[in-house]
Write a protein that binds this ligand. Structure first.
Ligand SMILES: [Zn+2]
Length: 294
């Protein structure tokens, strides 16, 4: 089940999973499903299974970004407890997809979860067709920015506009010069940009996506935790943006030549690794045909 959802929520996923399986096998059969990495002072990342989680330690408790799938709760808590005995006080959600917010179901009773209003609404309205029915939405929401102050530390959740969905929060750690982008940016295992999954049913937009990333790039940071894939640098956001623009220009020229959805889909498979039957084909392609016709 988890594998299926991961595959569905990440473009170029077949390659990714191949690399992941090879990676875990190389690490030996005892390798844990999730892996805790120290990124900066008091800032850890948990990789594996769903989206990347950030764990920020303060002397009054933990501020976390995203909580993967519900099934990952025990492993996440094991990792958190290995670096602090204080509770998880806040979770800042990057977006509503079940591989980033599925753990809300377990955390909601004990942790204040904060998301954009659109992400909240998308969970309440069960917009993600393949998500569990019992997903729990954040109790506290924001529309442009929310600031968390805990134990003398400061984290900002910012909404800059549409992209992957209509409610993608970028989480900024000003003292660490670090951002967590959610799926506004994803990286392949080899350090190449991931192909964008434009969730049109969830309000995504390939036209707005680059503008949203331009706003993110104005922040002062050097390190990026992408939604999926290895921790990256600021310059990688520019590479990711360039790839989104390239894809959009390619699709737009085909659509304006009058090519059919089928024909555009074949080019997306050949040039941007959108696999037949993937979520890119289900969620991104039909919406893109309409949005880029204008
Ligand atoms: Zn997503």
């Amino acid at each position: 089940m988890s594998r299926t959802l991961v595959v569905r929520c990440f473009a170029g996923a077949f390659l990714l999973m191949g690399a992941w399986v090879a990676y875990t096998q190389n690490q030996g059969k005892q390798a844990p499903q999730l892996k805790l990495n120290k990124i900066k002072e008091d800032l850890y990342e948990i990789e594996g299974d769903g989206g990347n989680v950030a764990v920020y330690l303060t002397n009054e408790g933990v501020i976390m970004v995203d909580d993967k799938y519900e099934q990952d709760y025990d492993e996440i808590m094991k990792d958190v407890k290995s670096v602090t005995n204080l509770p998880v006080r806040y979770i800042l959600s990057t977006h509503y997809h079940a591989d980033h917010s599925g753990g809300n179901t377990r955390f909601a009773g004990q942790t204040e979860i904060v998301s954009t209003l659109n992400a909240h609404n998308n969970i309440v309205n069960h917009v993600q067709s393949n998500a569990p029915n019992d997903m729990v939405a954040a109790r506290v929401t924001f529309t442009t920015q929310s600031d968390i102050f805990l134990g003398g530390k400061h984290v900002q959740a910012k909404y800059y506009g549409r992209g992957h969905t209509n409610g993608d929060a970028v989480i900024y750690f000003p003292d660490l010069k670090l951002v967590h982008t959610g799926d506004l940016m994803t990286m392949g295992p080899n350090g190449n940009p991931g192909s964008p999954l434009i969730d049109y049913p969830g309000g995504g937009s390939v036209v707005e996506w680059t503008k949203t990333l331009d706003e993110v790039a104005k922040l002062d940071f050097d390190t990026v935790i992408p939604g999926h894939g290895p921790v990256s640098k600021k310059a990688d956001i520019a590479s990711y943006r360039a790839n989104v623009e390239k894809l959009r220009n390619r699709a737009q020229s085909l659509i304006r030549q009058g090519k059919s959805q089928d024909e555009v889909g074949k080019v997306m498979t050949a040039e941007f690794n959108w696999q037949p039957g993937s979520l890119n084909m289900q969620w991104s392609l039909p919406g893109m045909m309409t949005e880029l016709k204008k």
